[in-house]
Design a protein around this ligand. Structure first.
Ligand SMILES: Cc1cc2nc3c(=O)[nH]c(=O)nc-3n(C[C@H](O)[C@H](O)[C@H](O)COP(=O)(O)O)c2cc1C
Length: 416
């Protein structure tokens, strides 16, 4: 379940944009869920959207006139509606709306309103799977993300039109859309687009990036496990930076205490073997894998189904077996995939990172010494040396993990 700040939508004024998709009927459930959480909702319906669901549905639900025609007398004036709103959600967002919003086109009420609105916007696209994977649509998504817009990727499932079958393109569940909007508006994020950091060039638009983050846990008994103090911050910073540079990101995360980022797919795992399986599932079609997780290298040979008792004796022996090495497994069969690894060392020098680069068939490896005060596991900064296969060596930091992430992604972009 997405972690939404309690009451993030209470008292908020939300504009709900509805595009011309079969999924438009689900916008009614989004409107209801927003109102159930205490938000005031005004609906903007595109002309194509109105072919699928009538304005009367939304007027009936919200008690407010629906805006559709920029020039009609009596419609809410778009500049006034832009001043009224705290945030916007466009659900379903069509390929057409993504392209227009990315290109700054304003040829109807919704697209004009979106340009006039300075607050935060979330797009929830829904479309045919070939439309979603079209490079033009992915470019638009990349540009929007680089502009600070949150794009909630469509989910896998049955698509609307007869004979379309299953694929990526289905509108996420309305409750998940409202959760993502709540997360966007919760304490961590800036309320207005103008307060976002200057956008980075969308140099990863159209690319698929898989990032692993955090520790893994290996159970000893129902209440104990082996793990390590990885906070997941470096991996999350890399995933967010890749998203903001336009990539479609899958974040495979071990158990961490961080809020889930919006606008990317998070797969939660517990053990190293689950992490490997999730990575292998996410890799087809991916361009980059960044292994920033600290997966447990070992797991207990036996897991006790019942809790060990102190009375079991003064000594408890644990026999460990080796876990699979995720990066080495991927490196063996990587083809054109760019693979980036981390070598978090405590004692071994940079030569250990170079050994990993070679032995695991990596393209880049970031070495850090976790014993340094500004680097490694539980701190918000990092200090790494980035090695590449051509013998290149670049020292980065100490800097905030997000800044380190940007520099590592610069290295990745240089290889793509
Ligand atoms: C039956 C039908 C279903 C459609 N479903 C979608 C859809 O799910 N996603 C999409 O991007 N476009 C879909 N379209 C195409 C859009 O309606 C069309 O591009 C329209 O111009 C979008 O206008 P709008 O972006 O102003 O809402 C569909 C069209 C039809 C006729």
């Amino acid at each position: 379940m997405a972690r939404t700040a309690v009451g993030a939508l209470e008292g908020r004024r939300i504009v709900l944009g509805v595009g011309g998709s079969v999924a438009a009927y689900k916008a009614a459930i989004v409107a209801r869920e927003l109102m159930r959480r205490g938000a005031a909702v005004r609906v903007v319906l595109t002309a194509a959207g109105a072919r699928f669901v009538g304005p009367a549905l939304f007027t009936g639900l919200t008690g407010q006139a629906v805006a559709s025609d920029l020039f009609s007398e009596g419609a809410p004036e778009h500049i006034a509606l832009a001043a009224w709103a705290d945030a916007a959600v466009v659900a379903p967002a069509t390929a057409d709306l993504l392209g227009k919003a990315a290109g700054g086109i304003a040829d109807d009420y919704l697209t004009t309103w979106l340009l006039a609105f300075p607050g935060r916007v979330l797009f929830a696209p829904a479309m045919n799977r070939h439309m979603w994977s079209h490079p033009a649509v992915q470019r638009s998504v990349g540009v929007l993300r680089a502009d600070g817009v949150v794009v909630l990727p469509p989910v896998y499932g049955a698509l609307a039109a007869t004979g379309e079958g299953e694929g990526w393109g289905r509108l996420p569940d309305p409750v998940a859309i409202v959760d993502a909007l709540g997360a966007m508006l919760s304490a961590n994020g800036p309320a207005r687009r103008a307060d976002l950091p200057a956008p980075h060039a969308p140099d990863l638009a159209g690319r698929r990036v898989v990032v692993t983050a955090g520790p893994t846990r290996e159970r000893l008994d129902p209440v104990r496990f082996l793990s390590n103090p990885s906070s997941g911050r470096m991996g999350y910073a890399l995933a967010e930076a890749a998203r903001d540079r336009g990539a479609e990101v899958t974040l495979v995360s071990g158990p961490v205490q961080l809020s889930f980022p919006t606008g990317l797919t998070v797969v939660r795992v517990e053990t190293t073997r689950q992490m490997l399986a999730a990575v292998l599932e996410a890799l087809p079609g991916a361009d980059v894998l960044i292994g920033a997780a600290a997966p447990a290298d070992w797991r207990p040979a036996e897991v006790s189904p019942i809790k060990w008792k102190k009375g079991d004796g003064g000594e408890q022996r644990i026999r460990l077996v080796a876990n699979p090495d995720i990066l080495a497994e991927v490196g063996r069969q990587k083809g054109r995939l760019i693979v980036v690894g981390f070598a978090a060392e405590a004692g071994a020098g940079p030569e250990e990172a170079l050994r990993k680069l070679r032995d695991k068939n990596l393209d880049l490896v970031a070495y850090n010494d976790v014993r340094e005060p500004d680097a490694g596991f539980e701190v918000t900064t990092n200090h790494v040396i980035l090695f590449d296969r051509a013998g290149g060596r670049q020292e980065i930091g100490p800097l905030p993990k997000r800044a380190v992430a940007e520099r590592i992604l610069d290295g990745v972009c240089g290889l793509l």
